[in-house]
Write a protein that binds this ligand. Sequence first.
Ligand code: HEM
Ligand code: HEM
Length: 139
Amino acid sequence: MSIYSVLWPIHAVLMGLAFVLMLTAMSIARYQKKKRWWYTLHKRLNLIGAGAVVTAIIIAVIMVSLSHGVHIASLHAVWGVVTFALVIATPIIGFGIRSRKVKPTYKKQVRVIHHWLGRFTLLSLAITIFFGLQIAGLI
Ligand code: HEM
Ligand code: HEM
């Protein structure tokens, strides 16, 4: 069994897990804001999800290096890099919503940017997963 065939399912499962965690976190921010715990859970689930994405990308780079060695060579990989940027930017902007360092006059803009980046992050993850499943020959 090659190292590639061991690593790609780990990469895929971590990404699937991240998607489910972030979708749950987003639904909590949308539908459970009356609950005391919504913010803590939204933040934690998203940070764990982002950690899973970072880990899975490192695994992807290692598996490509150890096999054909040509990086960012598919639609999946290109979209994966865009998704990665969104997964990093969205939580950073998220922290800005309640940060004292952000002036109250800019708070509304920061919130709106976070909402839209969050939605694009989820959409982009779904698209990358679709192309990933195609490369893996599962769909
Ligand atoms: C079910 C989900 C997924 C499957 C089955 C999957 C599968 C794969 C496979 C088989 C490769 C190796 C491609 C090659 O040999 O050239 C790969 C590479 C890659 N994947 Fe995924 N993937 C999934 C989800 C994701 C997601 C959600 C992201 C981004 C957030 C992502 C980012 C990447 C990147 C950036 C590479 C290229 C690494 C490089 O070129 O060094 N993948 N994926
Ligand atoms: C990749 C990670 C994240 C994603 C995908 C994400 C996504 C979202 C989305 C889509 C919404 C809007 C929900 C709606 O439709 O009403 C939202 C709201 C919010 N998020 Fe995040 N989020 C992430 C991380 C974070 C983090 C780390 C924080 C805080 C440190 C945070 C703080 C907030 C706050 C305070 C709101 C509510 C804003 C308001 O309406 O007042 N988010 N998030």
